[in-house]
Design a protein around this ligand. Sequence first.
Ligand code: DAT
Length: 181
Amino acid sequence: MQENASRSLPVIVITGTPGTGKTTHAQLLVQQSPIPLQHINVNELVKEKMLHDGFDEEWQTYVVDEDKVVDELEPLVSAGGGQILDWHTCDAFPERWIDLVVVLQCNHTQLWDRLEARGYPLKKIQENNEAEIMNVVLEEAREAYAEEIVVPLQSESTEDLESNVSRIVQWIEAWQKNQVL
Ligand code: DAT
């Protein structure tokens, strides 16, 4: 069991290959959560706070400085938790920060369409699609965190979205009860 007694609110990671639905889930979770949660879109934070070493034109992505990301988030998490960390990778976050890691998964044909609609270059669509097929993010999460806190969830339909968010809300309610005991 991890020692997270200093936090009054849980810290939840929502991860998955780009396009699997992290931001969509995080936004709905903020609305439905019984406790106030702050949605942190880490990609946006990287851009806003310049937590990177420049833009990679070939891959059309920022070269993220993960140490800077961790330093930026540490005071927030340490101040009592209550964050949803929305990012396509998760092993940079220290284990002691995290109470739940939701890994969203999506069938690769559907993922391809979502990324194409987003205007990603072909190479980036292929790379992400392959990563999804190979379960890269799930493996990464399982290596970085205790097995019982890593939960893979399918994100292919609106029904999936709604039932996933309900499940996370139930988890939050259970977490709260546990804190009181
Ligand atoms: P991410 O934050 O993982 O990159 P997103 O939340 O921006 O993904 O979603 C990408 C697109 O896919 C967006 O148009 C919403 C759609 N989408 C995501 N999850 C979905 C789901 N479970 N059902 C239907 N559409 C979904």
